[in-house]
Ligand binder design. Structure first.
Ligand SMILES: Nc1ncnc2c1ncn2[C@@H]1O[C@H](COP(=O)(O)OP(=O)(O)O)[C@@H](O)[C@H]1O
Ligand SMILES: [Mg+2]
Length: 307
């Protein structure tokens, strides 16, 4: 099956005004998102996530490269109807929530009682059923994000693209969004969500990509990424805890963790001391830690002066 979303050597440079220095927000970015997966698009603020998403949505043109969404080139209007999109900063007309959701459904070619029912259903899914007749002008940021989500779901999209979908949500609503994504996957949909909140992503995503300074720095299955970068806990017998820094002796065994590169040396040390290895267990780390490792500081940064 063709990928649901495909970025091919995509580069985007911004120039705020003629003569200004260019900012390279995305550099030779290539990624394939398979149909039916929940894909996490990670990176600190300023990494280029929204830029990549806006290029996919056809809101602007790339400097170089391109891509395909549900098999069609970026910017293909009819394909857009099969995609649900939630912007990072939800901006909505000051109208009743239900009106807005119906309005977006209408843009996607829906109408009549089907649309009315669907609008009510999605507002219920995001927990706004009791607010559907209120003007969103009075909504909190979290509520706006939920209207945005309802709007993204109204056309029952095959591909859901969510830019920082939980940034304004409280913990309970975050759990609800997670469930919503899992339900979407069960129904065979593809989800591409960006986040700088790594702990959110690792719970639901099948695969993740890490973007840093406009470049892809890591990509893989969430579990593999965590384990390949993780330390291993070694449990040994017959050695003193003092042999390894941070080792703890309990119940007749010694436990300590080592980085992948130090594993072999640790085994040899244990054996040379006449000890025995009881077990090895990968220490699962949070993506937060992985992320700090691949990006150095985890601080946001932009590239300047490439012109
Ligand atoms: N319209 C724009 N004009 C100039 N620079 C921009 C524009 N939009 C984004 N940038 C810059 O591009 C880089 C990537 O931004 P963005 O894609 O929003 O990152 P993210 O979504 O990962 O936080 C940042 O350095 C940002 O300042
Ligand atoms: Mg962004």
């Amino acid at each position: 099956m063709a990928p649901a979303l495909e970025f091919t050597s995509l580069t985007k440079e911004y120039r705020s005004f003629p003569g200004a220095r260019r900012v390279r927000a995305l550099e030779d970015f290539t990624l394939q998102v398979e149909a039916g997966e929940i894909f996490g698009f990670l990176g600190p603020n300023g990494a280029g996530k929204s830029t990549a998403i806006h290029l996919a949505m056809g809101f602007m043109r790339p400097t170089r490269g391109g891509g395909r969404m549900l098999g069609a080139p970026f910017g293909h209007a009819p394909t857009r109807r099969r995609v649900g999109f939630l912007a990072e900063n939800v901006a909505l007309y000051h109208r009743r929530a239900e009106f807005l959701v119906r309005f977006y459904g209408g843009l996607n070619g829906m109408s009549g009682s089907d649309l009315a029912k669907r609008a009510r259903d999605v507002l219920q899914v995001v927990g706004l059923q009791d607010h559907s007749n209120r003007n969103v002008g009075k909504f909190s940021r979290g509520m706006l994000q939920r209207v945005g989500l309802a709007q993204a779901l109204v056309n029952d999209p095959d591909l859901l693209i969510l830019d920082e979908p939980t940034s304004a949500l409280d913990p309970l609503a975050r759990v609800a969004v997670r469930e919503l994504l899992l339900t979407a996957r069960q129904a065979g949909k593809t989800v591409f969500l960006s986040s700088h909140l790594l702990s959110e992503v690792e719970l639901v995503c099948d695969r993740v990509a890490v973007l840093h300074r406009g470049r892809l720095v890591r990509m893989g299955r969430t579990a593999d990424l965590l384990e390949s970068l993780g330390e291993t806990e070694i449990v040994a017998r017959g050695i003193a805890a003092t042999v390894f820094p941070g080792a703890v002796a309990r119940d007749g065994v010694v436990r300590f963790s080592v980085a992948p590169a130090a594993q072999r040396a640790a085994f040899e040390r244990i054996w040379s001391l006449g000890g025995e290895i009881v077990s090895l267990n990968p220490v699962r780390r949070s993506l937060e830690e992985v992320f700090l490792e691949v990006t150095g500081t985890g601080e946001s940064s932009s590239r300047e002066g490439v012109a």
